[in-house]
Design a binder for this molecule. Sequence first.
Ligand code: BGC
Length: 366
Amino acid sequence: MKKLICVLLVVVFALSLVACGDVGKQGKKDFIGIILPTKEESRWLNDQKYFEEYFKGMNYEILFSQNNSATEKTNVETFISKGAKVIVLCAYDAAAAASAVNEASKEGITVISYDRLIMGTDKLDYYVTFDSCSVGKAQADYLVEKAGSEKGINLYMYSGALTDNNSVLFFEGAWKVLQPKIADGTFVVRNCEKAIQFKDKNNLTREEMVSIMQTIDSEWNMERCKSLAEANLTAAGDKGKGKVYVLGPADDDCCRALSDAFLADPKVTELKITGADGVEASVQYIIDGKQSMTVYKDTQALVKATKQIIEALQKGEKPKTDTVYNNDAKDVPTIQADVVTVTADNIAEIFFESGVYDGSKYTGWK
Ligand code: BGC
């Protein structure tokens, strides 16, 4: 009798595994390796939190690459040796990551580029991302709207890390909107000779954009932002102070570092500065007017999109995607998520009433 019960239990257990739908040949759930760029930037801690929430019950592990290509490569190799079926990779270096993708692909692993597009490999399978061009556009729209019909406003521009393809997209989105307003004298660029050189050209080539960005590269690093801002203010002198507008490099951490540096200069009397991500540390800054806006990326959307692709693959179905991104080697099937602009005027609705953040922790927003 005991034996029979045991056999029955084993059968029930085996059936329950099959019913899960994500069981590999070895009877174990398919292993998924997730690699995020760093724990030092708040954005990625949000992604980690949501992977842990939405991937509960799945067989996964998260590694961080500490903004280092060698560590990133080792992380991919670790997951290959652990028999991963899928690797979700948010690359520190868009170009360097290509060889790791190729290695994984040789082992039959599906690679999903997460948030940042891995460039120059036709072995990349999928991409999940926010619409980065629209992030840059939203930042620039904000500055242009605030400028109104005024002329001669000091403008400082900063770009994301050049290792990150998103930085080009952010810049492209912003440049298309800002350029006519630089050309007509609404804005006077105070920290970037290259941008002034191109002030009459709206459609820049990638090389032209990169040539501008090289002189204003934040490297996605707060210390670097602080020192860039201080050097830029010193070089600009008094004529570049007073009313100051700043195109931040589409990252709230960088935005706060820049804001602190600009506001530390007593000759800066008014500051409008743009961020992106919508991280918790920026909430009070936005309420206090030390950060004028953020472009909120609900990272749950990316995590859910990633899960959707993986689940389709596990069922042997073709994952549904909504667009393609070209990575210089192929058109990568992509799921793209939308973003929303948050200012002090709608922060209560977007962040507090919807439960993203706890409004009772903050002062001055009612
Ligand atoms: C991401 C941003 C992030 C930045 C710095 C970009 O690729 O899209 O959300 O703030 O990297 O980590």
